[in-house]
Design a protein around this ligand. Structure first.
Ligand code: PEP
Ligand code: MN
Length: 356
């Protein structure tokens, strides 16, 4: 399979977890009423039987029994099916059924021993293998997992970008670091890459934005979590959407696969970085404003004068001590900090006047 073979996108859709037979059946049944198979080069129904959860008290999937429910979906609705395999024993259980693809989860991609064991255990090397990026932003680990499957004889591999764990503020559940899948594409120009916009976004209302961004980068398709009743979902309730919401999303997205140049993708990477940084700046400024409000309360209650020149010169010192890139930037920073400081004073003044 190559990303040049056809212009049609890949779509993997279904609930986070198979919870019970009705939920799996109803979700697939509703999806099958409007999913147009001709529009996609690959179309799979997904559901996790074993769920890799952070805490043992969370719902960890129903296990092997779900595999039969997925097989029924395949037989009834003529949909191809896939599930996550994280251990050799999962593969052995799945091989009693007719799965079309398996996905390797983010917590498995990080472990070369497991990747190797799973690759060796899957008997049919023609199966489609979806390899999620590792949890950590580590391109080499992702490449390593892909290479291990290639070495074991698999040729139908699809990379899945689901975002990365990150310490810094991010509006999404997982940080996108778009430069990583863009770099993966440079390493494997013919490997299809899709985006799991549900796990990346983490909340319903950001899924469309993530999905369209991925398609604009030239991704070959999407993985999306759809549940017949997301509010009652036993895992990832916040990011699952109903089949109707999914239908609406499909209509809104521009699925045309972009054939971007390297320069175009790099530009997109930097534009997205700037947007993410702007969102962080806005968030930090709001936090700063809250701290200023706390100070106002303390000053008001203790009759402390508003302006404390010492404090301001300390701030300026901290910034001046930093190595600033050039004179133009230094001037900008001074103007910005002065504006920030004056706005805070004004805010304090207004608050005190209102309360007086
Ligand atoms: C999933 O797709 O259900 C899943 C657990 O994803 P990830 O491995 O990306 O967290
Ligand atoms: Mn999930």
């Amino acid at each position: 399979m190559t990303n040049k073979e056809n212009d049609y996108p890949i779509l993997i859709v279904g609930p986070c977890a198979a919870e019970n037979e009705e939920q799996v059946y109803n979700t697939a049944s509703q999806l099958s009423t409007f999913l147009n198979k001709e529009t996609f080069s690959t179309l799979f129904f997904r559901a996790g039987a074993w769920k890799p959860r952070s805490e043992p008290k969370s719902f960890e999937g129903v296990g092997e029994i779900a595999l039969g429910w997925l097989q029924n979906v395949k037989n009834k609705f003529n949909l191809k099916i896939c599930t996550e395999v994280a251990l050799a024993e999962h593969v052995i259980a799945c091989q009693k059924f007719d799965f079309d693809a398996y996905w390797i989860g983010a917590r498995t991609t990080v472990n070369p021993f497991l990747v190797e064991e799973i690759a060796q255990t899957i008997e049919d090397k023609n199966k489609i293998i979806l390899i999620k990026n590792p949890i950590s932003p580590d391109l080499k680990l992702w490449i390593g997992a892909i290479e291990r499957f290639q070495k074991a004889g698999f040729t139908n591999i699809i990379a899945v970008h689901r975002g990365f764990a990150s310490q810094s503020e991010c509006v999404y559940r997982n940080a996108p670091y778009w430069e990583i899948p863009v770099a993966l594409r440079l390493n494997f120009p013919n490997l299809p890459i899709i985006c799991d916009a549900s796990h990346l976004a983490g909340v319903k209302n950001l899924i469309e934005n993530v999905a369209q961004t991925a398609l604009n980068y030239g991704f070959n398709g999407l993985m999306l979590e759809v549940h017949e009743n997301p509010e009652l979902a036993l895992s990832d309730a916040q990011q699952q959407i109903t089949p109707q919401e999914f239908k609406f999303l499909l209509n809104n997205l521009n699925f045309k696969i972009q054939n971007n140049s390297e320069a175009e993708n790099k530009l997109l990477v930097y534009r997205n970085k700037i947007s993410a940084i702007d969102a962080q700046i806005a968030n930090l400024l709001a936090q700063r404003m809250n701290a200023v409000d706390e100070i106002t309360e303390i000053k008001k209650n203790n009759n402390i004068p508003l302006l404390q020149p010492d404090q301001w010169s300390k701030v300026v010192e901290i910034y001046n001590a930093e190595k600033l890139p050039d004179e133009q930037f230094t001037q900008f920073l001074n103007r910005f900090l002065t504006l920030l400081h004056n706005s805070s004073l004004e805010r304090q003044q207004n608050k005190i006047n209102i309360h007086e």
